[in-house]
Design a protein around this ligand. Sequence first.
Ligand code: PLP
Length: 391
Amino acid sequence: MRRIYFDHNATTPVEPRVLQAMLPFFSEDFGNASSIHTFGQKTRGAVERARKSVAELIGARAGEITFTSGGTESDNLAIFGVVAAAPESRKHVITTQIEHSAVLSTCQALEKQGVEVTYLPVSREGLLDPDDVRRALRPETVLITVMHANNELGTIQPLEEIGRIAAEADVWFHTDAVQSAGKHPIHVDELRVDLLSISAHKLYGPKGVGAIYIRQGTRIQPLLFGGHHERDRRPGTENVAGNVGLGKAAEIARAELPELTKHLAAMRDRLEAGILAEVPHARVNGARAPRTPNTSNITIPYLEGEALVIALDLKGVACSTGAACSSGAVAPSHVLTAIGLPPEEARASLRFSLGRANAPEDIELALSVIPGAVARLRELSPLYPKTVAVK
Ligand code: PLP
């Protein structure tokens, strides 16, 4: 059976050019990048070229990029690191209710240490109101952390405005750009961010690799202690192949962004139009907000999203629900409940996240199976009132 992958926000395959760039660093070019001999110099050169490519993707300087083990570590380093370096009098953080758990759980851990955190709500379209940020500021606020693109909805937050507010208030500003890097233009000076998180495996690079942008002059403490790697910000022998992979992925993403955006948006629009036309009561979440071109979150009321994901998987179409599965119980997504969906609608929502290798035929194949799968599940569902069966 032909299998179609529409879960690129969960992870992406390593692009062949990225893999080619990485391969020599597992065997021939294995030197420790901190060694001063030729073996080490060769890998040091490769790591520094990769750093430059990552910097260029976001309009930063190479010296402002620190390699990490991924988006989660970058978020932890930004949030814990800035708070730890701040004076005792500045222990308040502002964030949103729709952040990834890499940010939310970090903020919750800070609360246990006595730091106060404000979790701002978002609109029905999934957008934060910059005025809410302004109102939440206190003299003791040290950090604002607001994600760039949401992983479930694809909605893009008005970071320029929030950045202006943060700069005026003299508060550090971090963004989790894990879901926007490579899908949406990013320039750290335009966004006025001081810290920005990236993950390689969301942009056709390897898993377990990421980076954090730290604007020169930002006061931050490391999370880990050890050697003097990464300018004392992240000790540990460099993951040379991984960093090279992220560098190559960033280089490709930068060069091909306009073309990729067009390709993805056209397929996303066709998928949404097809589902809205063929599936009664379906609704696209965040459709009126600025969005990444690859992400579509659709509520299909009167069924369980998990059941539809499984039914579609049996037909060869891989997508996901926004719901996190914890201790065997399917909790409704915190993002979808934050935009105002009742729990049963949040549980009846699917995320399709498209990628560079998808083709228009994949969309047509998905559209040929989705309406039938929905109809079969609704037939079985006590939730489906037969009187609303016709649109
Ligand atoms: N932030 C966002 C918005 C994400 O979507 C993810 C991954 O799902 C992460 C952070 C975590 O990144 P990583 O898997 O590299 O730790």
